[in-house]
Each structure stands twice: as C-alpha cells, then as structure tokens.
Design a protein around this ligand. Sequence first.
Ligand code: NAP
Ligand code: G4F
Length: 362
Amino acid sequence: MKKIALITGISGQDGSYLVDLLLSKGYEVHGIIRRSSSFNTQRLEHHIQNPEVYNKTLFLHYGDLTDYTTVEKLIYRYNPDEIYNLGAQSHVRVSFDIPVYTGETVGIGSLNVLEAIKNYQTTTGKKIRYYQASSSEMFGKVQEVPQKETTPFYPRSPYGCAKVYAHYLTVNYRESYDIHASCGILFNHESPRRGETFVTRKITRAVGRIYQGLQKKLYLGNLDALRDWGFAGDYVEAMWMMLQQDTPDDYVIATGKMISVREFCQKAFARYNMNYEHYVEIDEKYYRPAEVDQLLGDYTKAKQKLGWEPKTDIDSLINMMTDYDFELSKRDYMIHIHDNALNPTGSSFPPHDKNKKFILES
Ligand code: NAP
Ligand code: G4F
C-alpha cells in the first residue's frame, strides 16, 4: 500500500529534495506551506508544473508550525505514516535578530508536531514515525573533535538553543509515549537549492555575477570558520533511512571532512580562474555575537546502522553549485541587458548598480 508522508518545511532546500526522493519511492506526499505575499514554492516548481504529480501524489496545504491546529488537522485528515519536521527559521545569524520567533518555530513548532502525534496515537491507536531535523549547531563551542551522537551540546545561538530544546523533546516523547521518533543531527549541507544568504550559496552566486560584471565585490564575515559541508541530496536519504528502522534512534550525518569559508571561496572562484582575494572583502556586520568556530562530524553510527555514507565530496559540491550559479548569472546578465535596453536612462526599478552590495542581509 502507498505510504503517506507529511513534511513541514517542504518549500525549503531539504524539503524539496525529500519530495523528489519520496515521490520516486511511490509515496503520497503532503506538505505545509506558509502563506506569503510572494512566491515561496520555486524549489517545488518542477513537481507543481507536472499534472501527473501535483494534486495527485503531491499536495500542498497552507499552515504554520506555530499553529497547533494546522498540524493536528492535517494529521487527522491524511493519516500519515511518516512525518518529517523540517520547518524552521533556520538562519543562525538571523536568530540573534529574531530570537523569540526562532524559538517559536524551531522549539514550540516541534512541540506542536510531537503533541499532535501523541494525541493522534492515543485516540486512534495508529502509529506515526517522526523525523526531527536536529543540527550540528547544537554542538556549538565543540566539546570534542570530531562530534558524534554522545558529544555534549554547547549551543552558541538562539537557533542552536531552540534546536537543543526540540532535540530533547523528541527524545523525551520517544521515551515517554512510545513514539517512533528519530533525530538526524545533520551537519551543514548545501546544494544549488540552498538559500542565497547562507555562506556557500552567497559565494557561488557571487562567482558567476562577478564574472559577468554584475557585481564587483563579495562582502563576507568570518572567513576562518570551519564547516563539514555535504550535499543536501545525500542527506535526505539518511532522513528516510532513519524512519525505515525498526527502532528509532539519533544519528550524526556528516562527511567527516571540514574546510574553512576562506578555502571554500578559494575553490569556488578558482573554478572560473579567478583569485578570490581580488573580490572578497570583510564586512563586520556579518560577524555573529557568538561564533561556532568549527564543526566536524563522525558519521560512523549512521554508516554501521543505516548503511548511509555521503556520496558527494566537497570539490564536487562546490563545482555543482558554482556551475549552476554560473548559468543563473548568464540569465541575470540577459535581464540586465534587457532592462537597460528598455530603459536607457537607468531609472528602472530595481536599479542595476554594479557597486551595490548584491545580498543585503545575513
Ligand atoms: P530552509 O531552506 O531554510 O527551509 C526552511 C523551511 O521551513 C522553509 O520551507 C520555510 O518556509 C519553513 N518554515 C519556516 N518557518 C516556518 C513556520 N513558522 N511554519 C512552517 N514552516 C516554516 O532550511 P533547510 O536547509 O531546508 O533545513 C531544513 C531543516 O533542517 C531546518 O529545520 C534546519 O534548521 C535543519 N538543518 C539544516 C541544516 C543545513 O545545513 N541545511 C543542517 C542541520 C539542520 P518558507 O519557504 O515559507 O520560508
Ligand atoms: O552558511 P552559514 O550561515 O551556516 P551556519 O551558521 O553554519 O548554519 C547552517 O548550518 C547549520 C548546521 O550546522 C544549520 F543548522 C543551520 O540551519 C544552517 O543551515 O554560515 C557558515 C559560516 C559561519 O561561521 C558564518 O559566520 O560562515 C560564516 N560566514 C562568513 N561570512 C557567513 C558569512 N555566513 C553567512 N550566512 N553570511 C556571510 O556573509
């Protein structure tokens, strides 16, 4: 029988890759999207435009994690076998600006889903398997290197603190109410679908735009931070694998290798024969009140118990993202030419100013 999955955060990077995976496995997929004044479903467009898929095996529902009734209503209406809780205000720097909202989506949002599952299981006797998107950001000021499932947490941001809360809630609901709930402690994972204010995508977008003359400089914060970066497409497979186990558990998902933001820049610019030192400048506004200096994951448990291993190394990831964004920058260039032709006085909105900082925040 066809399995049914419910995904929160379906319009995000991971949500979109997970949809690709679950549809390819024959699932019926339901996702919660937020009402927005502008489009927020671009990452799902390839499915939305497919009449064989949209509203046949993929269904989108308006809702919000902070609204308990959203989650409860969808669970009772669609009886999902699996719930993947990926929704979050997921930007660490922004969590310092909006700590309360971050706590509400990441922390209370997860509690809403767990409570709804508990109540559903109690009243119907049916079981739902739950995936919690835990984060390596919980390790924060790392207490050992590399980090594994038993490494103590030391979060360094409102986001990290909220993720720790959601992580322990998941463990507690598993132990208290016999819920098949697993936490994936995922280290940074990236892709051409990564949000453009996360550092990797900010860099790969800039490479193409600088090459096309659409941008002069790339302004970044701490270049010395070290991260264990993997490919999002590989990581959603691990999420699915966790929910196929007889016993729920928590797993670190990582590549076991880390490089600095500086080295990432060097590799991405070098892909198009450019020296990053000519283009990258520091803007202190991108520094964080407390930084996570390094993250390096040990995925031994996932390898042994799930049979999961990363398939994409850092060089392949950088090339994938840089090449994708290079093509995007060609499109940007054509739009720029077109706008200038339509309005040679340059008074168009938005203005194309080469000296303007391209991305405004984070
Ligand atoms: P993302 O691209 O930022 O996507 C976040 C998703 O959450 C979006 O669909 C967003 O909707 C949705 N969302 C935000 N607030 C919501 C709310 N109040 N109610 C319902 N949905 C809400 O994040 P991602 O990279 O895919 O990450 C997925 C999950 O894994 C997140 O929980 C993140 O914290 C966690 N995680 C990510 C990484 C990583 O490196 N990517 C590592 C560890 C853990 P909109 O599209 O409308 O904004
Ligand atoms: O790309 P980032 O913003 O990712 P960060 O903070 O590591 O968080 C991501 O990974 C977590 C897993 O560990 C997730 F839980 C979280 O949701 C998110 O997906 O920043 C990476 C590093 C940081 O040290 C930051 O200080 O890059 C440094 N950085 C330097 N300049 C910058 C910039 N980060 C951003 N976003 N923008 C900059 O201009």
